[in-house]
Design a binder for this molecule. Structure first.
Ligand SMILES: Nc1ncnc2c1ncn2[C@@H]1O[C@H](COP(=O)(O)OP(=O)(O)OP(=O)(O)O)[C@@H](O)[C@H]1O
Length: 345
């Protein structure tokens, strides 16, 4: 008979909004005791999931499952990189960005069903100034919005995102010098995000074309926008059409160096931290093994026709508004010219 696979569930009792009391019984009823040797551990403080997972990997566990949100997933996953131990996810957070990107069921019982099938694949992960991330990392306004978007599910995403973006208008854009293998460029931007997976969580798609299988990250540079442009950006974020937005510059790369005028905050999977003015980000191809949903490996990029219509609508409004502003400026310039000529008469 085959040896049983060793699997440890690491449960963060404070993640998300639901209690975790039912989880042990659910694990007992969903995970096949004939094939798996199950251990359940509860975290007692921040960082605890990372140390339990490291211990499991050192002891040659087959699977370590993060039962929590993206913070718990990050802690467990960073201890399993470049090991044979696979990461499992039972999404219990508020944003669940990685679980959504990988099309894992958000219902804990169904997520346990996926783990029970035990299909494992290798995926890329990223590193920002030495800190591993699995979904997104970034700087500028990005640290703020990634945090806010993780909470969006509780409040109705579209209007919430629009309000968060408008709040962001208080942020001063910064100048970033960005260097990749094609050379150096300078951008005045609200935020720079580097995405391994497509979304921040709650289906807010900062990088709709990102895949965790290409050995590349998607870099997203958001240029300064106005309050009138915020509704379109929020629709594009939800509709996987952000790359069509005129305020967005995006490209793929393996590694990048970003220089800003002073030290500041960055975030990795939504966790903010202060760092120096120089930031290095790179991708580690196929560096983490993850238990996947055999019915759908990654979220396919399919915009919603209804939101598409809204996106076009706001695009047109913005074009008309820009035309009006341009003709307004032309008329003002003509007026000035006329007044100057008249004053010389
Ligand atoms: N027992 C604990 N007490 C306090 N903090 C903990 C404990 N266990 C884990 N943590 C910390 O709780 C933080 C939040 O957890 P997590 O991100 O999983 O949930 P969430 O914030 O609800 O979900 P999401 O990130 O998807 O919004 C993590 O950064 C983790 O370090």
């Amino acid at each position: 008979m085959n040896e049983k696979k060793r699997i440890t569930f690491i449960v963060n009792p404070i993640s998300g909004t639901h209690g975790k009391d039912a989880i042990p019984d659910m694990i007992a009823s969903e995970i096949d005791a004939q094939r798996f040797d199950v251990t359940i551990r509860l975290t007692e403080h921040a960082g605890h999931a990372a140390s339990i997972a490291r211990e499991c990997a050192d002891n040659g566990a087959d699977i370590v499952v993060a039962v929590g949100g993206d913070g718990t997933v990050n802690e467990v996953a960073r201890s399993l990189t470049h090991t044979d131990t696979a990461l499992g996810i039972v999404p219990c957070g508020s944003g669940n960005g990685l679980a959504r990107h990988l099309c894992l069921p958000l219902n804990p019982r169904k997520a346990l069903g996926v783990i029970n099938r035990g299909v494992v694949e290798s995926f890329d992960y990223g590193v920002i100034n030495g800190l591993p991330f699995f979904c997104t990392c970034g700087m500028g306004f990005d640290a703020f919005i990634s945090l806010k978007f993780a909470e969006a599910g509780k409040r109705g995403p579209l209007t919430y995102i629009e309000n968060v973006l408008k709040e962001g208008l208080k942020y001063k854009p910064e100048t970033y010098e960005v260097t990749d293998d094609t050379g150096a460029r300078s951008y005045k931007a609200f935020l720079i995000a580097c995405a391994n997976a497509s979304q921040y969580g709650n289906n807010a798609y900062i990088a709709p074309n990102a895949t965790m299988k290409d050995g590349m990250m998607d870099v997203i540079i958001m240029e300064p926008f106005t309050a009138l442009e915020a509704p379109q950006i929020s629709i594009d974020l939800m509709n996987k059409t952000l790359t069509n937005n005129s305020k967005i510059k995006t490209f793929k790369t393996r590694s990048i160096h970003i220089h800003r005028s002073q030290p500041g905050a960055i975030h990795y999977d939504g966790d903010p931290i202060m760092t120096s003015s120089d930031v290095d980000v790179h991708i580690e191809p196929a560096g983490i093994r993850i238990v996947t949903n055999p019915n759908a490996m990654e979220d396919p990029c399919q915009p919603n026709p209804f939101l598409n219509a809204f996106s076009d609508f706001f695009n047109n409004i913005n074009n008309v508004r820009e035309d009006i502003e341009k003709s307004g400026r032309r008329i003002q310039a003509m007026n000035k010219l006329m007044l100057r000529k008249l004053s010389k008469l």
